[in-house]
Design a protein around this ligand. Structure first.
Ligand code: SF4
Ligand code: SF4
Length: 166
C-alpha cells in the first residue's frame, strides 16, 4: 500500500469507527469462492454464511452483519469486495458497469470524499478495482441475483462499457 493510500485508509477507518458501521446494517455482502477461502484462512465463518440466490454473510437478530463486533469488522483485512468499495456501489445495465455513490445522508464518509477530490479519486479507483474483481469472481447466476437488489439513496457517478473492463 502506498504512503498516501495508508494515510487515506487511516482517515477513512476513523470516520467509519465514529459512524459505528451504519453500512453494516442489513449489508449481506456477497462472497466469491476466493473471498471465502481468504477469510477462512484466519476466521471460521462457515456458520456465518447463507445462500439466498448468492452466497453472502448473514445478519444478526438486530439486523447488523454477523461479523460486526461493536463498531469493528472482525475480518477487516479480508472483508468482502462490496465492503471495500463503500461508499461506492454498482449495477450492470445495457452492457455497462454503472458506479453509484451513496448519499451523504446515509454515509458520513461521502461528504469528506466530495470535499477532497484526491481522496475521492483514490477511493473510486480502489472501489472500481474491487467491484470488477467481485463481478469476475462470481458465478453468473449469483451475479444476476445480486443485480436484483435495489440500492436506494445513491447517485450514479460513472458508467463504463463492459468491454472496456480489463
Ligand atoms: S456508512 Fe459510511 S461512514 Fe459509516 S461505516 Fe459505512 S462507509 Fe463508513
Ligand atoms: S464484513 Fe465487515 S465491513 Fe462488511 S458488512 Fe460485515 S462487518 Fe461490515
Amino acid at each position: 500500500m502506498s504512503l498516501l493510500a495508508e494515510v487515506w485508509f487511516d482517515i477513512f477507518s476513523r470516520i467509519c469507527e465514529r459512524c459505528g458501521g451504519h453500512c453494516c446494517y442489513e449489508a449481506h455482502p456477497p462472497l466469491t469462492e476466493e473471498r471465502i477461502r481468504r477469510i477462512s484462512a484466519s476466521t471460521d465463518i462457515g456458520g456465518r454464511i447463507e445462500q439466498n440466490g448468492y452466497r453472502r454473510l448473514r445478519v444478526r437478530e438486530d439486523g447488523f452483519c454477523i461479523i460486526l463486533n461493536h463498531t469493528r469488522c472482525l475480518i477487516n483485512a479480508e472483508k468482502p469486495e462490496t465492503c471495500r468499495a463503500g461508499p461506492f456501489t454498482f449495477d450492470i445495465r445495457n452492457g455497462k458497469l454503472e458506479i453509484y455513490l451513496k448519499k451523504e445522508s446515509i454515509c458520513p464518509l461521502v461528504g469528506h470524499l466530495k470535499y477532497y477530490p484526491e481522496a475521492y479519486r483514490h477511493q473510486y479507483e480502489h472501489a472500481l478495482c474491487h467491484l470488477i474483481s467481485l463481478i469476475k469472481g462470481l458465478p453468473p447466476a449469483e451475479l444476476a441475483e445480486i443485480l436484483k437488489v435495489d440500492e436506494p439513496e445513491t447517485e450514479k457517478v460513472a458508467e463504463i462499457p463492459l468491454q472496456d473492463l480489463s
